[in-house]
Design a protein around this ligand. Structure first.
Ligand code: PLP
Length: 390
């Protein structure tokens, strides 16, 4: 029994939930798990070699997003980066105002800190999106008041892959003198970006979405930004994030950033080709299918579709039995019951939102993977449709 499961074909198409670590990332991390174990704050040679590794990683991450090296703060992941950005700006700038603007399709790592801040006397505007998941930059402009201190709009949505008009919003925020944060967790390492071209003051990164380890990330904080730490203790990370640095994880993030940077001219293009091929096959071979999100301004690796009359979780579960891993909503929203807040914000009915599934591709994805999925998926949809008509 177990033997059969082991030998069965397995295809991973859930890279937006997490990615396997690149073997070079693993190799880079190994020395820092044993021999090179020093504390980067120690003055002796063990500490110095750990410090050097952390600072090399800072250069690698900065170079991936076109940032100044000193503007990178290492954190425990995307969630902490988002929390630090939103709460850190809110508390540090309370004297200027108490209004924050965000969108209704953000990841919970932004939405929940915003909801928390509402219990602390802050006002939050949750901007709507259109049927493709796009935020209107003009709506951001209209929502800004004299009390607005922060605009937080994600670079690309984790469920439907829609890429937001960050450059336009950045220009607006700058002209109004309001801090601008973007949660770029799904985009960093997958599309080229530069913090200056984007006009952002803060940008969140998570290592495990770009072939790096889990539990480590970074927040870009433009020099001169007024921001408060919420982890008090030592002076690590410019006193913005107390605690001994996760040296091994940071080294992994740095190496992952370097690899992504080196492959930026080729890998996203390869993934886009695979994605478009899979979308075409899906539409050619299955009736009653709809692509969720924008067809053009979309992450290279995201395919979110709904099949008429078939529940997403049932499709995902049958695919899983056939060895294919996909997702029905954000993996980070485990425990969050009900339809996707992203699709409902895009105007979907509860039923339509429930019918969606997300395929997300990555470095190890191949044309063979797509072929296999296209072999097993049409009969699954057929079977489920027949069963629902009984
Ligand atoms: N923001 C977005 C858009 C994400 O997709 C995720 C994870 O799925 C996060 C934040 C949280 O990142 P982490 O898992 O590193 O805390």
């Amino acid at each position: 029994m177990t033997k059969n499961i082991k030998e069965a074909k397995r295809v991973y198409m859930d890279y937006a939930a997490t990615t396997p670590m690149h073997t070079d990332v693993v190799q880079a991390m190994i020395p820092y798990m044993s021999g090179m174990f020093g504390n980067p704050s120690s003055g002796h040679s063990f500490g110095k070699e750990a410090r050097a590794a952390v600072e090399d990683a800072r250069v690698q991450v900065a170079s991936l997003i076109g940032a100044k090296v000193d503007d990178i703060v290492f954190t425990s992941g995307g969630t902490e980066s988002d929390n630090l950005a939103v709460k850190g700006i809110a508390y540090a700038n309370r004297d200027k105002g108490n209004h924050i603007i965000t969108t209704s399709i953000e990841h919970l790592a932004v939405l929940e800190p915003c909801r928390f801040l509402q219990t602390q006397g802050f006002d939050v505007t949750y901007l709507p999106v259109d049927k493709y998941g796009l935020v209107d930059a003009k709506a951001v402009e209209k929502a800004i008041t004299r009390r607005t201190i922060l605009v937080s709009v994600m670079y690309a949505n984790n469920e439907v892959g829609t890429i937001e008009p960050i450059v336009e919003i950045g220009r607006i925020a700058k002209s109004k003198g309001v801090y601008f944060h973007t949660d770029a967790v799904q985009a960093v390492g997958h599309v080229p970006m530069s913090v200056n071209e984007l006009g952002v003051d803060l940008l969140s990164v998570s290592a495990h979405k770009l072939s790096g380890p889990k539990g480590v990330g970074a927040l870009y904080v433009r020099g001169g930004t007024k921001i408060t730490s919420f982890l008090h203790g030592g002076e690590q990370e410019h006193a913005l994030r107390a605690s001994t640095e996760n040296v091994t994880g940071i080294v992994g993030l740095g190496r992952a950033a370097e690899i992504a940077n080196g492959e930026m001219a080729t890998e996203p293009r390869r993934i886009v080709k695979l994605r478009d091929r899979m979308i075409k096959e899906l539409f050619d071979r299955i009736d009653g299918i709809r692509l969720n999100g924008h067809s053009k301004v979309r992450l290279p690796n995201n395919i979110n579709v709904s099949f008429d009359g078939v529940e997403g979780p049932k499709v995902a579960s049958h695919l899983d039995m056939a060895g294919v891993a996909v997702s029905t909503a954000s993996a980070c929203q485990v425990g969050h019951k009900g339809p996707s807040h992203v699709l409902t914000a895009m105007g979907y009915s509860e039923t339509d939102a429930h019918n969606s599934i997300r395929f997300s591709l990555g470095r190890e994805s191949t044309a063979d993977d797509i072929e296999y999925v296209m072999e097993v998926l049409p009969p699954i949809i057929d079977k489920l449709r027949k069963a629902s008509h009984r």
